[in-house]
Design a protein around this ligand. Structure first.
Ligand code: IMP
Length: 458
């Protein structure tokens, strides 16, 4: 099983980090292939809590290559903070490799992300404001700055200069619009407001300062910069196992998610090939990770959302607060219409269901099995039309809940029959086996269904 992709099956925060960490034990390399520091994964190892935004979960294995692939957008300041944080905790980061082709999040991307959200007002997407969208936009416009550009100050300056001019103009325009709006609202033109659209030129956007700052990052990152596609090929060709770790999730996919309430990359399995530089036949397995309920951060349709005490219970028992922004996550029932869509889109071969323990004490349990549109039409599959999805009412199957605390369960037999019935229903409905179940945050708090996979590191 040389190539394995791990993807989020819902709206993110499913616990991919923990599943990656477990499967990584038998892998030679762990590769992130998209997204940036909008992601956040938490791993609990021997009682110690690790939070990562950019670095792949595999960093806790010093003998394995830990790769940031070309499809990732990388804020070097954040990456260096993570590296320094790990070093302070005695973790060796010598195995970290960064693709020379990955794009850099520049200060103007962060400013534009915030300014764009402010401008959208009520229609905002609720981005993490980390500059992700503007950075991917520059990549597509061919105005991006890549990791390799950090290694030549002359080229770096030229590229920043070319990219900077349209950004300054865009930020100026947004600032003018904002001032106009504030004036219309009767506020003083310079009063309050968002720093990203302030009137004075932003010192962070000075060409000289930015070039110096980024060249400095280049010196510090240089030992890690590599041809990471080749690294993957060498391992795969030698019979090794490579894990491709997705960030965000299927329903946040730029093409297949709930557009425009999505991220600006493709978190689905197919994108692992592009974002890491391997071929489709290098992929042998696709593991989807889904929570036993559902959560979403930011705006956008969420048919099974619960705004009642059950949703609150999920939020509190599941500690559903964003790793990156600290925002409360919206919570709801597991949506099997959406999950079946994710299973097919990623052609999943296995499913990991996390946080089953959070559901204890909720009776009955519900899972959405179809939607009904405002006009009464029934949708057994995920509707492609945004307006239908926005007003879709889920119809539920009711299943008996369980009272027991699952946190000490370690085998299928330890799970209460209602919990097993719940998992069986989910697996049967979406047509993919559940191989792993999470029953608590700890690394050992899992139940392998059937045999634990025997991966072989080369
Ligand atoms: P962006 O990726 O910061 O542009 O945000 C776009 C949308 O994706 C927003 O709704 C974010 O809340 C959501 N998002 C981005 N990253 C994550 C994540 O790691 N988990 C959950 N939602 C995310």
């Amino acid at each position: 099983m040389p190539g394995i992709v791990i993807v989020g099956a819902q709206w993110g925060d499913e616990g991919k980090g923990k599943v990656t960490d477990l499967l990584a034990a038998g892998a030679d390399a762990i590769v992130r292939f998209q997204g940036g520091n909008n992601a956040g994964h938490t791993i609990v190892r021997d009682g110690e809590l690790f939070k990562f935004h950019l670095i792949p979960s595999g960093i806790l294995y010093p003998e394995k290559a830990c790769v940031i692939g070309n499809g990732v957008v990388l804020d070097p300041r954040i990456l260096l903070e993570e590296i320094e944080g790990l070093k302070r905790r005695g973790i060796d980061v010598g195995n970290l490799r960064i693709s020379a082709n990955a794009h850099l999040i520049m200060p103007y991307h962060v400013l534009l992300d915030t300014a764009g959200e402010v401008k959208l007002g009520k229609l905002s997407i609720g981005t993490t404001r980390r500059g992700i969208g503007p950075c991917y936009a520059d990549k597509a416009l061919r105005l991006g700055i890549r990791v390799q550009d950090l290694l030549d100050e002359k080229i770096l300056r030229k590229k920043i200069l070319a990219a900077l001019e349209p950004k300054q103009q865009a930020l100026r325009e947004l600032s003018v619009q904002r001032r106009k709006l504030r004036k219309e609202a009767g506020e003083g033109a310079r009063q309050g407001g968002d720093p990203s659209v302030a009137d004075a030129p932003d010192p962070r956007l000075d060409l000289h300062t930015m070039t110096e700052e980024f060249a400095g990052y280049g010196h510090r990152l240089e030992p890690h910069i590599a041809d990471t596609s080749r690294l993957c090929w060498n391992l795969l060709d030698g019979g090794g196992t490579v894990l491709f770790e997705g960030a965000q999730a299927t329903l946040l996919d730029l093409d297949h998610g709930t557009y425009p309430f999505v991220t600006s990359s493709n978190p689905i399995a197919g994108a692992a090939c592009v974002g890491a530089g391997v071929g489709p036949t290098d992929i042998d397995e696709v593991w989807g990770v889904a929570k036993a309920y559902a959560t979403r951060v930011g705006a956008g349709p969420f048919p099974t959302e619960l705004l009642d005490s059950v949703g609150r219970q999920m939020l509190e028992a599941g500690h559903e607060f964003g790793t990156t922004t600290g925002r409360e996550r919206r919570c709801g029932w597991m949506d099997l219409v959406a999950l079946r869509y994710a299973v097919r889109l990623n052609r999943m071969s296995a499913l990991a269901v996390t946080k089953l323990d959070v559901l204890s004490g909720i009776d009955p349990l519900r899972v959405a099995v179809r939607y009904r549109s405002r006009e009464g039409a029934v949708f057994d599959s995920f509707p492609y039309h945004q307006s239908i999805l926005h007003s879709a009412q889920p119809e539920y199957e009711e299943l008996p809940g369980f009272e027991a605390d699952l946190s000490a369960c370690r085998s299928e037999a330890d799970l209460p029959p209602q919990a097993r019935a719940y998992l069986d229903f989910v697996a049967g409905f979406v047509g993919v086996p559940i191989r792993l179940v999470g029953v608590g945050p700890g690394r050992d708090q899992v139940v392998w269904m059937g045999d634990e996979p025997r991966l072989r590191a080369a």
